[in-house]
Design a binder for this molecule. Structure first.
Ligand SMILES: Nc1ncnc2c1ncn2[C@@H]1O[C@H](COP(=O)(O)OP(=O)(O)OP(=O)(O)O)[C@@H](O)[C@H]1O
Length: 579
């Protein structure tokens, strides 16, 4: 859940904040042109994107990618990885003599895990290519019209952004998709692509494109592949872990590592300083590739991000969430009369984004949240990776994220590029061990002053504020709000139905925690009555519980009949289709 609450900064304030950041750890003290990029491209970066200087990761990655080496990039969320790979590709393509044409087909392929990220990278591309009209950007992704995509591929797309499933579909079935000139394959959010279960698809894509460097399998395809250019592959993410190991092995040849902690990677790495780049973060990798283990790897969270947690018993979660949102939306405007504040809260635009929505609705929500000044986005992990919504100030993880990697990417939607940002993680008392799990990855959270915030609210429309209460469970504000919520649900049959459905999905999702996390998020420890209360359901827990239990039993019976493995395969496939 992400909230926005600030005016778009004026150009001066943007420049000012950038100047401040230049001193910090975000920007490099060099120019884009000193990295070897063409003057027109540098102009585009300045004029169209408003980028004065490269970020550190751009300063490190651009020259290396220009040199033609395979690269593995690990840098914090919101540090400018997109331009770090797009700029060198555009530079090389615009230089090509004779000029490339649409009929030459695809030269660069950017693989991304989600549709929204696909659109976002495409938008950046469009801006950067404004003055290089002969280089054609394009995208293909799940949920779009296949035949329209086929027609675009037939005409030719020089730089293609794609989600893996749809790309493979076209590689298999669109004979007019020309990729014999392919020179770059970029895996943006590489670990997520694999986590979604696209491993096999990626291997097949690499085989078809003849870009698998240990291609023991489809050697024939690789050998028959006609290309004048050497291949260059780049893998990027804020969280690289063992899952990327195999992909790195099969797709990167003698890669340069950017941003990886070499001490953690000894003895398989040999240190190689890139002198003029002035960084101690570049390493050359020897075979075999070995990633740091996710259990001891410290993930990169923006230093200026304020990370907090709030401990709330299950039944009060919804009331507390609304209270925190009220505080968030009203903060800084406390001079306004209570009624006006109430209007602000009620009038705040709420948007939703999840994989079960129609593609068109997803697109609308995505664009709307980009442009709205004051808005609340309710989202699943579809929005957790790579999305760059400007001015997101607050990330609330109402439902726990699972692995620490996901935590890092979710909070990474705020505090981008040195901007301020806050994150808040909801935990139930029985889930507090999750904080230790995050600690193992070098992530520390402080406690959110919930009672202090609740105490600041006026009760019963009176000026009188709540007297200091030491216990959340007996806090009059929370009790009052909970009562109001329950009355609302009771009076609205449609809402009640929704709440019951959501209750069931929530418990199912809770039960889906995997591996180590099952120890922390134990479905057995859940009090279903309290869970029901968290959806403002007044019903006897056994009532709601029974219907859920009935459904679970039925599901288990079905699973048994169909065979468990089949079922698992199905759910992963369904998830990928939605993503
Ligand atoms: N050199 C620059 N100067 C100013 N702004 C920049 C620069 N480079 C990138 N940005 C801006 O910084 C933001 C973050 O960039 P980007 O989305 O590429 O980050 P990222 O590292 O890919 O993040 P994530 O890991 O979350 O995907 C974007 O709004 C982008 O426009």
């Amino acid at each position: 859940m992400a909230t926005k609450k600030s005016e778009k900064p004026s150009k001066e304030s943007k420049t000012k904040s950038k100047e401040e950041h230049k001193e910090s750890e975000i920007f490099a003290s060099c120019s884009f042109s000193s990295l070897g990029l063409h003057a027109t491209l540098c102009d585009e970066l300045r004029e169209r994107m408003d980028f004065e200087a490269p970020t550190l990761v751009q300063a490190q990655a651009i020259p290396v990618i220009l040199s033609g080496r395979h690269v593995l990039v690990n840098a914090a969320t919101g540090t400018g990885k997109t331009v770090a790979y797009l700029a060198p590709i555009i530079h090389q393509l615009q230089e090509h003599e004779p000029r490339i044409q649409r009929s030459d087909g695809t030269f660069a392929l950017v693989l991304v895990p989600t549709r929204e990220l696909c659109m976002q990278v495409y938008e950046v591309l469009q801006k950067l290519l404004h003055r290089f009209h002969w280089i054609v950007p394009g995208y293909i992704m799940g949920g779009e019209n296949r035949s329209k995509e086929k027609a675009r591929l037939r005409k030719g797309i020089s730089i293609l952004v794609a989600t893996p499933g749809r790309l493979l579909d076209h590689l298999r079935h669109t004979s007019s998709f020309l990729h014999t000139n392919l020179r770059w394959i970029i895996f943006d959010e590489a670990d997520r692509i694999l986590e979604l279960g696209f491993g096999k698809e990626i291997e097949e894509i690499l085989d078809i494109l003849g870009s698998r460097h240990d291609a023991s399998a489809d050697k024939e395809i690789a050998e028959s592949y006609i290309s004048d250019h050497p291949r260059q592959n780049v893998l990027l993410s804020a969280t690289l872990n063992e899952k990327v190991n195999h992909l790195a092995k099969i797709s990167l040849e003698n890669p340069v590592m950017i941003g990886l902690d070499y001490k953690k990677m000894q003895p398989v790495l040999s240190f190689k300083d890139f002198g003029s780049l002035g960084s101690d973060a570049n390493y050359e990798l020897e075979h075999p590739v070995k990633m740091m283990s996710p259990s001891n790897g410290d993930f990169r969270v923006p230093a200026q991000l304020v990370q907090r947690y709030v401990k709330v018993s299950c039944g009060l979660r919804l009331a507390v969430l609304l209270s925190i949102l009220k505080d968030l939306l009203e903060r800084g405007t406390s001079q306004k009369p209570e009624e006006q504040l109430r209007q602000m809260f009620v009038g705040c635009k709420a948007l939703r984004l999840h994989g079960n929505m129609k593609q068109e609705d997803r697109r609308t929500a995505f664009q709307a949240f980009k442009t709205e000044k004051l808005a609340l986005l309710l989202s699943t992990d579809v929005a957790a990776r790579g999305l760059d919504f400007p001015k997101v100030r607050f990330i609330i993880q109402y439902d726990s994220p699972g692995e620490a990697t996901e935590y890092v990417h979710r909070v990474g939607r705020t505090a981008r590029l040195g901007e301020r940002g806050d994150s808040l993680l909801f935990l139930q008392p029985v889930e507090m061990d999750y904080l230790q799990d995050l600690e193992k990855h070098g992530i520390s959270l402080t406690e959110y002053p919930l009672l202090k915030v609740l105490d600041s609210f006026p009760l019963y429309n009176e000026k009188r504020h709540v007297k200091k209460v030491l216990d959340l469970e007996s806090h009059p504000w929370v009790l009052l709000l909970q009562k109001a919520l329950e009355a609302f649900i009771l009076a609205e049959p449609r809402m009640k139905k929704l709440a019951i459905t959501t209750f069931c999905s929530w418990v199912r999702a809770y039960a889906a925690h995997r591996g180590e996390l099952k120890r922390i998020f134990m479905v057995k420890k859940l009090h279903l009555g309290h869970v029901a209360k968290s959806f403002a359901l007044k019903e006897q827990p056994s009532l709601v519980g029974k219907s859920f239990q009935k459904e679970t039993k039925k599901r288990k019976r079905d699973e048994k009949q169909r065979g468990l493995s089949k079922k698992r395969k199905f759910s992963r496939k369904t998830l990928r289709q939605k993503i």
